[in-house]
Design a protein around this ligand. Structure first.
Ligand code: GLN
Ligand code: ZN
Length: 762
């Protein structure tokens, strides 16, 4: 019998119940018990619906209040010492690690956060140090196993595997895997405890097995799983890999002494035969054939053909059918959608649809009737292929007409720098990344307008007033390059997608980005084109309010691509170039409207990097090219900025240089300016704005901190090419803390200017 399985279900709830509960708790409006109650209801509901859909191996401990890696850090007792004073209240310590904590005489910043592989999900980075010790620090996996059992649902606990946990962490002084011997006893003890608690299987997520591994990491995998296989009374182990093919780790992964191996047969489709061949016949093969990262309805006939191949090669006695990866990365429930037209909706599958697809496949492999899910799959395929909304001749013609010159500024940076002196900026110019607080009034006004309870004129008036207030505030704070605040935007990608052809939007297709933050990625289903200007009116208005330079704000093509669900019927590079041409038209219009500074945000460039280094070059070539196509049509005296967050630049610094923006602002404060080293070594030729404070936390930076960071930055980037700005946009923050932080930032910049003028005193 083939087993239908799932690797993880989205936690946020189909109406983002978890987000609301978290935020209400954080703001002091509701108790810890209220939050934990909502979490418990969500888990119960998700277990029930997975079972009802016919999933036989249902995951537990895939739930997390904030992040599963953060849970694992606490599970193995790896909480950094600076939070232990808060641990008398475990939930407070938990959120302090995630978000920082500033009250009751305690002031600790948050832990570092970064992208989960090449997704837009963020995890908390384990902070490791040589010689650290581990111990079991929580019983979460056991508690959730019990909780599900009490509801009559047998589950398979999910754990971040020990080797990936280390590899995802950061340590100075020695390679992370040197901690393996210290860490393993915690896993061994836990697996024994899970066995005693009645778990038949445990899922050990080791996505690092689809990445480039060095010899030490490979050895760590062998040691870890050898030792885990010897734990007496432990559950059977399903080693799960996802986000790509095993590639050169195939021999390693298939030879580890586990009970089963899960492989991604969507992104790693090509590995099917090789895995069938290499995996010993006594192991379970868990086939990830339903895409856990995209929204398209699966081609079930095609997936079934793959499964039959596996059946022919190995029988179906030891076959699981599942999603390619956890369903964490796709929206929850399509039945909450009211705005998608029927045709488009019929092309899509959200998490709950995917469960049906999985169980339909499992039944079909065993010879059951094909049924409803197969009919829907065939109908979707036929209707997409025939749709005129997908392929547009005008877009194809424009792509044909792109020349190499279109991806080049007229003159090199040095000449542009001279021309841009007319902007009249001081040394260490201050600016922000674009958005200002999306207060409850701003969100309420937008919601009312959307619900047609507020007419267009009154909404527009509100936004104009809000923008004007933001401009006045920036003027009185003393910032040098202003922004309009992005009050009219819901989200930096959605705002553009809504005005472009080829995009569709859901009303409720939320996906967790980090903690309580969710995003609603647009769906790119067809050729992209810009029917009309998108941002020009707002930027022109904002510039009319002030004599200071106003920075126009656009989202770049790679980011729009990366943060959308992208069509799979043509290469991503081609879709990206279509978007680049649309942004290019906008840039031309902004310059014509009198904007002298234009920022094209590309926070997603790095996360788009393929997991395998061998594939980087090709990606970076088309990604950089798209940015250049979008940003190059301007005069020398028009200053192009770009912004990136969470980027670890060492690897891609040459590509960032190749983008040839006049100014790049980057996130640095959460990893204490380590990133700047890359800029020092590479000698980044243009201007850089290293973020001087972390905007993901409500904590207000001190003036001293800012002066110190700037002094450090000035050691690697000449002060003449240094900008002063926060790490990222300020939309998630409140005005009081934003004003306090920016006041300190501006004052810090002034002091740094004085110190530099006095010859530097650090
Ligand atoms: N301009 C955007 C903002 O300020 C940039 C956001 C981002 O980089 N994620 O909100
Ligand atoms: Zn950012």
């Amino acid at each position: 019998m083939t087993i239908a399985t799932n690797l993880g279900f989205p936690r946020i709830g189909k109406h983002r119940e978890l987000k609301r509960a978290l935020e209400s708790h954080w703001s002091g409006k509701s108790s810890a018990d209220a939050l934990l109650g909502v979490a418990k209801e969500l888990r119960a509901e998700h277990w029930r619906l997975q079972r009802a859909a016919g999933i036989e191996h249902v995951p537990s401990n895939d739930f997390a209040l904030y992040d599963q890696v953060l849970d694992t850090i606490q599970l193995v007792g790896a909480t950094p010492p600076r939070y232990t004073a808060l641990e008398s209240n475990p939930l407070r310590a938990h959120f302090a690690m995630a978000r920082g904590f500033q009250a009751d005489g305690v002031d600790v910043p948050a832990m570092e956060m970064t992208k989960w592989f090449d997704t837009n999900y963020h995890y908390i980075v384990p902070e490791l140090f040589p010689g650290m010790s581990f111990r079991r620090g929580s019983d979460k996996p056991l508690a959730e196993l019990r909780e599900a059992a009490a509801l009559g649902v047998t589950t398979r606990p999910v754990l971040v595997g020990p080797v990936s946990l280390l590899l995802l962490g950061k340590m100075h002084g020695a390679p992370v895997v040197t901690l393996l011997d210290r860490l393993l006893p915690v896993y061994e003890e836990l697996l024994g405890a899970l066995g005693r608690e009645g778990a038949a299987w445990v899922q050990l997520d080791e996505p690092c097995l689809v990445t480039d591994l060095d010899g030490a990491a490979e050895a760590a995998f062998r040691t870890a799983y050898e030792r885990i296989s010897k734990v007496s009374g432990a559950p059977r182990t399903l080693l799960t890999t996802y986000f790509g093919a095993l590639g050169d780790n195939l021999e390693l992964a298939t030879s580890l002494p586990v009970s089963g191996l899960h492989v991604d047969l969507v992104r790693g489709r090509e590995q099917l035969e090789a895995v069938c061949e290499a995996l010993p016949k006594d192991r379970v093969l868990s086939a990830g054939v339903v895409d856990g990262r995209n929204v398209w309805r699966a081609d079930l006939d095609d997936a079934l053909a793959s499964l039959k191949k596996i059946g022919d090669a190995r029988g179906t006695e030891k076959l699981f059918v599942g999603p390619s990866c956890s369903l964490l990365h796709c929206p929850v429930d399509r039945s909450t959608e009211t705005e998608l037209d029927a045709e488009l909706s019929s092309w899509l599958a959200f998490a709950t649809d995917k469960l049906e697809e999985i169980s339909a496949l499992a039944r079909a492999v065993d010879g059951g009737a094909l049924g409803d899910a197969f009919e829907k799959s065939r109908a979707a395929k036929a209707s997409r292929a025939a749709s005129k909304r997908v392929n547009r001749p005008a877009v194809a013609a424009r792509l044909e007409s792109v020349t190499a010159d279109m991806a080049r500024r007229k003159n090199p940076y040095a000449a542009r720098r001279e021309a841009q002196k007319t902007l009249g900026l001081p040394l260490l110019p201050t600016t922000t990344i674009g958005s200002f607080p999306q207060t409850s009034e701003v969100r309420a006004a937008r919601a009312e307008h959307k619900a047609k309870k507020r007419d267009g004129a009154s909404y527009e008036k509100f936004l104009r007033e809000e923008t004007e207030r933001a401009v006045r505030r920036q003027e009185s704070l003393g910032l040098d390059v202003l922004v309009h605040g992005e009050f009219e935007r819901n989200d930096m990608v959605e705002y553009f997608g809504e005005q472009l052809d080829g995009f569709a939007f859901t009303k409720n297709g939320w996906v967790q980005s980090y903690g309580s933050r969710c995003v609603k990625p647009p769906i790119i289903y067809g050729d992209v084109a810009r029917p009309a200007p998108m941002t020009v009116a707002w930027s022109r208005y904002a510039q009319s309010l002030t004599k200071l330079p106003m920075k126009a704000m656009l989202t770049g093509p790679v980011t729009i691509l990366q943060w959308s669900f992208v069509r799979v019927d043509q290469p991503r590079s081609k879709t990206c170039r279509e978007i680049a041409l649309a942004i290019r038209d906008e840039v031309v219009d902004l310059e014509a409207a009198g904007l002298r500074v234009i920022q094209i945000d590309e926070p997603a460039i790095r996360e788009g990097l393929p997991l395998r280094r061998a594939e980087w070059r090709a990606y970076l070539d088309w990604a950089v090219d798209a940015f250049r196509v979008a940003s190059s049509p301007v005069r020398d005296d028009t200053q192009i900025h770009t912004h990136m967050c969470y980027s670890e630049f060492n690897d891609i610094i040459d590509a960032i240089g190749a983008m040839d923006a006049d100014v790049v602002s980057i996130e640095t404060s959460r990893s204490r300016m380590e990133l700047l080293e890359a800029f020092a070594t590479y000698r980044y030729p243009n201007e850089v704005g290293p973020g001087v404070y972390d905007i993901h936390s409500p904590r207000v930076p001190t003036i001293d901190e800012i002066v110190e960071l700037l002094a450090r930055a000035a050691k690697v980037v000449p002060a003449e090419r240094l900008w002063v700005n926060p790490d990222c946009g300020l939309k998630t923050r409140g005005w009081p803390e934003v004003e306090a932080a920016l006041r300190n930032m501006v004052e810090g910049a002034r002091r740094a200017r004085r110190e530099l003028a006095a010859g530097g005193s650090t």
